[in-house]
Design a protein around this ligand. Structure first.
Ligand code: ADP
Ligand code: MG
Length: 463
């Protein structure tokens, strides 16, 4: 449990320092296998990822682990199977065993053989569902209650009332959680049911591969044999004409047979660019629900539930602080909470309001146009030292501290990567930036003067 939280925090941090593409390719599916006596073992899914991480990212892991309280003298990578990895991370677990009966749900005919025949389908019915997402652990409140009610109804009577169900809304507000949860619930109610959950990106990828291998017939029959088809982020079908054509037929086949179709999207059907009119009307032909970010009370309840799941007790002021300051995205809220809990667990300390506000880079009023130069300038001005000295070679104490504070500000306010911070301050070595940021972070806890200085600089930045 503790490892989970730590790894979430580490990945959250890495996500800020590398590009989205790199994050998804190299880091997203890693896990923490063990951490003992300075040896950290990271689980990866294949040799390709192992080699790339070894070659390019060991230093980054080491930095970020250190930030989270782990001094790794040695980082090793271990290739582990996906079930092994899901046991470790409790994530992305393809559901293969029915919980009620303990029997294997995936039937040989449906999965392995079909896969072998088509040569393209990389998953079997039931795969793609992640047990972590349930209707029970979805907190219901203003903003998501209608969507929840629809999902609950579908879970007991799929294919009858709300068909298709089309959920749309912003990033990180629980769309994937809900549609996965319906899949899991249907599976529990009816273990034989062929449930397909797929992201639109994977759907498109498989389709393109089927076109290339001339196996579109197998592709089509596989999808058209589903009892429940759940397609996440359907907006990505935009601009893919052939895929739209294929999906139109799949949709019709399933719909006519009263099979349940569930889709999520970041926008309503009419706003998905280049979506064929006939698909647009099909998508909107059942129940279309706009999901909103849950209100303050619900956000508090979400934080409380997630903290409880980790066995952590948070006092109300910390909960309210998080719920007030992170008010657009539950994923971010969860990330912040994980970071806070990991930090505290590593040090065996209680999460306090002060700690939360210092540790988490929360500042929703942060203007987008704030530049590194402005941040350094304000810091220099606060300490009455010349800008040129802060970015120059001097090592006098009255320059070094402002320089470290400037690095801390760049990290916390602009979320710059350590190499970038070092560069902005004219340093060659980015480990200087890591140490500086860490030092200030620690000292802020102990030194009220420094704490005030940082708060004042922050205030001047957003004034
Ligand atoms: P989306 O698909 O809308 O981008 P996700 O479903 O991935 O968002 O949600 C992001 C994270 O927030 C997930 O970890 C999810 O479990 C969590 N989450 C969102 N809404 C809720 C909720 N109402 N109750 C519990 N967890 C939630
Ligand atoms: Mg999603």
């Amino acid at each position: 449990m503790q490892q989970d939280t730590l790894w979430q925090a580490v990945l959250g941090e890495i996500e800020l320092s590398v590009s989205r593409g790199n994050f998804i390719t190299w880091f997203k599916n890693t896990s923490l296998v063990s951490s003992q006596d300075g040896v950290v073992v990271i689980g990866v899914s294949n040799i390709f990822i192992k080699q790339s991480l070894e070659k390019k990212y060991t230093a980054l892991f080491s930095e970020v682990l250190k930030k989270n309280g782990i001094e790794a003298e040695n980082i090793e990578y271990k290739i582990i199977s996906s079930t092994e990895s899901s046991r470790i991370t409790h994530q992305e677990k393809p559901v293969e065993i029915d919980r009620a009966t303990g029997t294997t749900v995936v039937e040989a005919d449906d999965s392995t053989e079909a896969k072998a025949k088509s040569g393209v389908l990389s998953h079997s019915y039931g795969q793609g569902l992640n047990e972590r997402y349930t209707l029970d652990n979805f907190v219901v409140g203003d903003g998501n209650e209608l969507a929840f009610a629809a999902c609950q109804s579908i879970s007991t009577q799929p294919g009858t009332k709300y068909n298709p169900l089309f959920l749309y809304g912003g990033v990180g507000i629980g769309k994937t959680h809900l549609i996965q949860a319906v899949g899991n619930a249907i599976r529990i109610n009816n273990p034989k049911s062929k449930i397909l959950y797929i992201s639109t990106e994977q759907f498109v990828r498989e389709f393109v591969q089927a076109l290339r291998n001339r196996t579109t017939a197998a592709f089509a029959s596989y999808y058209r044999a589903a009892d429940v088809l759940i397609v996440d982020d359907i907006q990505f079908i935009s601009g893919k004409d052939k895929m739209q054509e294929e999906f139109f037929h799949t949709f019709n086949t399933l719909h006519q047979a009263n099979k349940q179709i569930i889709m999520s999207s970041d926008k309503p059907p009419k706003d998905i660019p280049t979506l064929e009119a006939r698909l647009q009307s099909r998508f909107a032909g059942g129940m279309t629900i706009d999901m909103q970010i849950p209100d303050f009370e619900t956000r508090c309840a979400i934080i409380e539930t997630k903290a409880q799941d980790h066995g952590t007790h948070l006092n109300p002021e910390v909960i309210e602080y998080l719920a007030t300051n992170i008010n657009t995205n539950i994923r971010e809220l969860e990330g912040a909470l994980n970071q806070l809990m990991a930090w505290c667990e590593m040090r065996s300390i209680e999460p306090t309001l002060d700690l939360a506000s210092n540790l988490l880079n929360i500042n929703k009023t942060r203007p987008k146009h704030l530049s590194s130069k402005q941040v350094i300038e304000r810091t220099a001005r606060h300490f009455s030292v010349p800008f040129d000295d802060i970015v120059g070679p001097k090592r006098d104490k009255d320059i070094v501290v402002p320089r470290q504070v400037a690095m801390y500000m760049l990290r916390n306010e602009l979320h710059l990567s350590f190499p970038k911070i070092a560069k902005e301050l004219g340093r060659k070595d980015h480990t200087t930036a890591i140490h500086s940021v860490e030092k200030i972070q620690k000292e802020i806890q102990l030194d009220p003067t420094l704490r005030t200085a940082v708060a004042e600089i922050k205030e001047s930045l957003y004034a």
